[in-house]
Every structure is written in structure tokens, then in C-alpha cells.
Design a protein around this ligand. Structure first.
Ligand SMILES: O=C(O)CCC(=O)C(=O)O
Ligand SMILES: [Fe+2]
Length: 426
């Protein structure tokens, strides 16, 4: 008997220690690499540690505190106490210019599944200490590309607790989707930052209504989608398509955040359609669209004569979208292939492979941990936007930013320092 083969994941081959790694400053100066590295896509694109520390050294630096994240309830009183490693929150409170203290605090939060707090801690540290590359790298890596895209203010969710979103408009209601169930085991996989925690807790109640949802009609305007393809092709003329942003299952792609003309449009789609749609499809897992963050969004081109398919893999994030940008009449083959799904309500029908596809503006959503791939395009070109989403939910359920506030800090007010850091990587 041999152990089952692990699915490919769209992430670096390193397990946990790579959690806070980012592309090194001396990244290759190829044009494609430049375009890619200016918009960090999170875990799946980091291939080597930031300069100055090996990953082992870094892990060690993060690991030597045993305290749970959060402020120390008891200040040190004796000389002997002071000599011991200080709980990380207290260390940050007393030495806010100590970058290592910020890093340790954030890393402990990641380990405690408080990744929303960790993201805020890294961002705040990076804002206060812009010269600290490790902090900027951690903030970028944990947040993925979320700073580049629309997200609702955390207060929108915090006010009044976990309130349910209002009922969705008809185009986002259950009847507007064809839904599929999948085996629970396939989705109960942890990602590197344990971002699946919130999802896993609610998995059992989600299964009966299906976990893969395909829109029956376009959710985005097909004319807009045609315009997106033209803009991206024009942009690609200048900078080239990237093929190295994802380590184990790379696509031929360009990040949406790298095409200035698309950014306003895409944020509108997130705010008005895609976030509300996702929240409506997974109400047991998503209390409000304000919990949703973009880890990565990129236009992919499959071409029968170039990259025509994507191997079966899992995505590192919690929820994934495939948004079709052109009609199926423009190519043959293609579609998102799932290893094991079945239509909801099909009773005893066994789980099996299926390819789901849509015309321009149609979407398919699914949990990132569900095994899937890009079916081969045998003629023509298929354009899609894969959109990777994670939940900005706290394991504690406390008001977002509570850890920072507990030591007297407000959340980072601007991402300017991070943006400068990201630009400097290129
Ligand atoms: O081609 C597809 O529909 C799937 C794309 C995908 O899985 C990805 O980019 O991660
Ligand atoms: Fe994928």
C-alpha cells in the first residue's frame, strides 16, 4: 500500500516555515518578473526567503515564545522576570520600534488562527517601520494582494456583531445557480495560514446545499468582459504575460491590479456583485461581504497552441472564482474540471469528474480546497479571471483590530509604505 498522492497546491513547495516569506529584493529583473512581483499574490508565489535570514533562522526567531498571542495580563515585576522573553504584545507596546517584536507578535497570531489580526499587526508594523523589509514582506505575504482591491471597512461587519446580510437580489438568489455537492474530506484541508479554520467549522452545515455553484446567466456584463480582454491583451503587448506567479500550477496570466484601466471596474464588480454573490452562496460560512478579502485576481489566457490546460490542484485560499471572459463559441474544450462532484439533490449518484464552464460574464465558485484544474483548450483561446478570496475572520470573534487596540494602536491608516516596498521588489 502506498500513501495517496498529495494534490498540487498553488503555493511554494515549502510547508509552514515559508508562511511569511516574500520575494527577495534581488529578484530577476525580467519584465515578466517585474510585473508579477509588483503585485504579490500571497503564499503561492513566494519562492525564497527575504534577505538576511534563512527560513530556519526565521522560524526559530518566531518560535521561541510559547505565549498565546495577545497582551500579557501580568507585567514583569522582578529582574528575573525581565530577563525572560517578554510576551509579544507587551514587547511591542514597550518597544514599538523593535521590528522583531512586531514580527513575533504577528507570527504568534497566525499560529493561533488569528490571521486577520496578524495581517493588521504586520501592516501596522510595516507602516511604523517602513525600513523593516521583513515586516513589509510579512504584511504583503499574509494579505496577498488584498490591499490593491476593494474591501469593506471592518467596522461594517463589527457594528452590531455578526449580522446577516440582507437578502440578495434575484440574480444572486439560489435559483440563479446550478449547485453541486462534493465529498467533505476534500475540503477539510488546512492551508498554510490555517485560513480554512473558519470554513472547516461550518463545513457540515454547508454540504447539503452544495459547495460548487455555477451561475445560469452572466453576472458580469459580457461587453465589459470583452473590453477586459482587449485591455489585457494591450497591456500584455507591453509587459508580456507572466508564467511564474504560481509555483506548482502556474497559469499564463496578468494580475488585475497590474492593469490600471481595470482596477476601478474590478472593484465595482467585487463590491456590487461578486462579494454579495459569494456571501449569498455560503451564508453559513460568510456572515457579511465585509469579511471578504482578495488574495489574488488575475486574467488567465489558455491557448490551444500555448498553455492549453492547468493540472489538477488545490488553491491556497478559502473560496475561488472562475469568471469567464469570452464565450465558449470562441474555443473548443476548456472549463473548470472537478475531480469529484455531483449535482445537489441527485441522491445516490456517486461523486465523479465534471467540467463546468460558462459564457462571458458567467461564474463558477468553489472552495479552494476542492481538487480542480483547467480542462484542455483544443482550439482557440479561453480567457478567465480566477479570483482567490480569503475570510478576514478572527478565530476569537472579537472586534477586528482588537489586539492592536489592546496596546494602544489604531490600524494602519495607509498602505503607501507597503506599495513602495512592493514597487521596490520589481
Ligand atoms: O481554468 C480554470 O477554470 C481553472 C483555473 C484555476 O484553477 C486557477 O487558476 O487556479
Ligand atoms: Fe485553481
Amino acid at each position: 500500500l502506498s500513501p495517496p498522492a498529495l494534490p498540487l497546491a498553488r503555493r511554494p513547495p515549502q510547508p509552514a516555515p515559508s508562511i511569511l516569506m516574500a520575494k527577495p529584493r534581488n529578484a530577476p529583473k525580467r519584465r515578466a518578473a517585474k510585473a508579477a512581483s509588483a503585485s504579490p499574490g500571497g503564499f503561492k508565489r513566494a519562492a525564497s526567503p527575504v534577505p538576511g535570514l534563512s527560513s530556519a533562522q526565521y522560524e526559530q526567531a518566531l518560535a521561541h515564545h510559547g505565549a498565546p498571542c495577545g497582551p500579557s495580563p501580568r507585567p514583569a515585576r522582578h529582574a528575573a522576570d525581565r530577563a525572560r522573553p517578554r510576551p509579544t504584545a507587551a514587547a511591542v507596546a514597550s518597544s514599538p520600534s523593535d521590528g522583531t517584536a512586531w514580527l513575533q507578535w504577528g507570527a504568534l497570531c497566525v499560529k493561533g488562527k488569528e490571521y486577520a489580526e496578524a495581517e493588521r499587526i504586520f501592516r501596522k508594523g510595516a507602516e511604523l517601520l517602513p525600513a523593516d523589509q521583513m515586516l513589509s514582506a510579512a504584511a504583503l505575504t499574509l494579505g496577498g494582494d488584498s490591499a490593491a482591491y476593494f474591501h469593506a471597512a471592518p467596522e461594517a461587519r463589527a457594528a452590531g456583531g455578526a449580522r446577516r446580510a440582507p437578502p440578495p437580489p434575484p440574480s444572486l438568489a439560489d435559483e440563479a445557480f446550478t449547485s453541486y455537492a462534493a465529498p467533505d474530506e476534500q475540503m477539510a484541508t488546512w492551508d498554510q495560514a490555517d485560513r480554512a479554520a473558519a470554513w472547516e467549522r461550518r463545513l457540515a452545515s454547508l454540504s447539503p446545499r452544495g459547495v460548487v455553484h455555477q451561475s445560469k446567466a452572466p453576472l458580469l456584463e459580457p461587453e465589459d468582459c470583452a473590453w477586459v480582454v482587449r485591455e489585457v491583451e494591450a497591456h500584455a503587448e507591453k509587459v508580456g504575460w507572466t508564467k511564474t506567479r504560481h509555483v506548482q500550477a502556474p497559469t499564463t496570466d496578468i494580475p488585475v491590479s497590474q492593469v490600471p484601466a481595470l482596477r476601478g471596474w474590478f472593484d465595482e464588480q467585487l463590491r456590487d456583485t461578486l462579494f454579495p454573490m459569494l456571501a449569498a452562496r455560503y451564508p453559513e460560512a460568510i456572515a457579511s461581504p465585509a469579511e471578504l478579502r482578495v488574495m489574488d485576481a488575475f486574467v488567465v489566457r489558455y491557448d490551444a497552441r500555448e498553455q492549453a490546460s492547468l493540472p489538477m490542484h488545490i488553491d491556497e485560499n478559502t473560496f475561488s472564482f472562475t469568471i469567464a471572459l469570452n464565450d465558449q463559441s470562441e474555443y473548443e474544450g476548456g472549463g473548470t474540471m472537478f475531480a469529484q462532484i455531483r449535482p445537489v439533490g441527485a441522491g445516490q449518484e456517486p461523486f465523479g469528474p465534471a467540467v463546468l464552464n460558462a459564457d462571458a460574464g458567467g461564474v463558477v465558485t468553489f472552495p479552494g480546497k476542492l481538487l480542480h484544474g483547467g480542462n484542455t483548450v483544443t482550439k482557440g483561446r479561453r480567457y478567465i479571471i480566477p479570483l482567490f478570496i480569503y475570510l478576514d475572520a478572527n478565530a476569537s470573534g472579537k472586534k477586528p483590530g482588537y489586539l492592536l487596540r489592546s496596546v494602544g494602536f489604531e490600524e494602519a491608516s495607509s498602505n503607501a509604505a507597503l506599495s513602495r516596498y512592493a514597487a521596490g521588489l520589481a
